[in-house]
Ligand binder design. Structure first.
Ligand code: ATP
Ligand code: MG
Length: 303
C-alpha cells in the first residue's frame, strides 16, 4: 500500500521528472550541463522507479487507446544515442504495454542505394506514423548531421550536385529539419526527440560486458569501437544539433543514460506528459448515433 502510494506520487510528477531534461530553446544548451549519471536523487531509487515504470506503462497503454480511438493526432518519438546507450531496451520497456497495432518502430541504418538516390528526408517520410498511431524512430534523419558529419566521406555517396556543396551545409540541414518538424506539428503530429546521454566510461563498461558474456556477443560489432574513437567529435555534433533544432513544438530530451532504470523512467514520464497535454478522449457519439445503438440493442434482444 505504502509502495503503491509512493509509486503514483512519482507518476503524478511526470512533468517534474522530465522537464529538467527538456530543451526547447537551444541557444545556451551545453552537453556538459547534463550529468549522464544523474538520477535526480529520487527517493526510493531503482526499486521504486521500476514499480513506477510498470504503472507508467499502463498509463501509456490507456493514453494510446484514446489516441487511436480519437484518430486526430499522431505521435513521433525519435531516439538518438551512441552505441550501447540503451535505445533498444528503452523502446522495448517503455512501449511494452502499447497495442502493437497502434505503434510502429522504424530503425534507420546506413542508407541503401535506393535511399541514397533520394533526398535525405525521403526514407523518413515513408515511415511517418498515421493519425492515431505512435511512430518510433530508432535513429533518424538526425544521423545526417551526426555520422555523416563525423565521416564526411559519407556525404560523397549522396551524390549532391557539386554546386550545392556549401560550407553552411550543416546549418542548412538544421534549418530544413526545423522546418520539417514545424510542418509535422502544424499537421497534428506531435514530435518528441530523445538523446540518451551515456558517458564514455559507461560505454566502455557495457562493451566489455558484451565481450565477456557469450550471450551478448551478438550485440557487439567492431564498428562500435571505431565510432567510439570519434567520441569527442560526436559529442560536439550532438551538442550543435540539439542547440540548433530544439523547439517548443519539437523539444529534445537529453536523458541521462548511465542508469538504465532512470533513462526508462524519464522517457516514460516525458511521453506520458506529452500525451496528457493533448487532452485525448474517446470520441463522443451524437444523439442520432445513440438512438441507432439503442435500436441495435433492442433488435438483438428481440431475437
Ligand atoms: P544496435 O547496435 O543496437 O543493433 P544500431 O542503431 O547501432 O543498433 P547498427 O546496425 O549497429 O544499429 O548501426 C546502424 C548504423 O547506421 C549506425 O552506425 C548509424 O550511424 C548508421 N546510419 C544511420 N543513418 C545513417 C545515414 N543517414 N548515413 C550513414 N550512416 C547512417
Ligand atoms: Mg550499433
Amino acid at each position: 500500500m505504502a509502495e503503491e502510494r509512493m509509486t503514483s506520487e512519482i507518476l503524478e510528477h511526470c512533468e517534474a521528472i522530465s522537464a529538467p531534461f527538456r530543451i526547447t530553446h537551444g541557444a545556451s544548451f551545453q552537453l556538459k550541463d547534463v550529468d549522464p549519471a544523474c538520477t535526480l536523487d529520487l527517493a526510493g531509487g531503482k526499486g521504486e522507479a521500476k514499480t513506477a515504470l510498470e504503472q507508467g506503462v499502463r498509463m501509456l497503454s490507456e493514453l494510446q487507446q484514446k489516441l487511436y480511438a480519437q484518430n486526430r493526432w499522431g505521435v513521433l518519438l525519435l531516439f538518438q544515442a551512441m552505441d550501447a546507450a540503451g535505445k533498444d531496451g528503452t523502446i522495448k520497456h517503455v512501449m511494452s504495454g502499447v497495442n502493437p497495432q497502434g505503434c510502429q518502430v522504424s530503425s534507420f541504418k546506413a542508407p541503401s542505394t535506393q535511399e541514397l538516390a533520394h533526398d535525405y528526408l525521403w526514407r523518413a517520410n515513408q515511415c511517418l506514423p498515421e493519425r492515431g498511431r505512435i511512430g518510433i524512430f530508432n535513429r533518424s534523419y538526425y544521423e545526417e548531421t551526426l555520422v555523416v558529419r563525423v565521416h564526411p566521406e559519407l556525404l560523397e555517396r549522396q551524390s549532391l550536385p557539386p554546386s550545392l556543396h556549401s560550407p553552411d551545409l550543416w546549418q542548412e540541414r538544421f534549418r530544413e529539419i526545423r522546418h520539417y518538424e514545424a510542418y509535422l506539428s502544424r499537421n497534428g503530429f506531435l514530435v518528441r526527440k530523445f538523446f540518451l546521454h551515456l558517458s564514455k566510461k559507461e560505454q566502455k563498461r557495457r562493451f566489455l560486458e558484451r565481450l565477456n558474456n557469450p550471450e551478448k556477443h551478438w550485440k557487439f560489432s567492431a564498428a562500435d569501437i571505431r565510432e567510439r574513437a570519434h567520441w569527442d567529435h560526436y559529442m560536439q555534433a550532438y551538442e550543435e544539433m540539439i542547440r540548433a533544432t530544439a523547439s517548443d513544438q519539437a523539444p529534445w530530451y537529453v536523458v541521462p543514460a548511465d542508469h538504465k532504470w532512470f533513462t526508462r523512467l524519464v522517457v516514460a514520464a516525458a511521453v506520458i506528459d506529452s500525451l496528457q497535454g493533448l487532452d485525448l478522449h474517446y470520441p463522443q457519439i451524437s444523439e442520432e448515433e445513440r438512438r441507432a445503438l439503442e435500436l441495435a440493442r433492442q433488435q438483438l434482444q428481440a431475437e
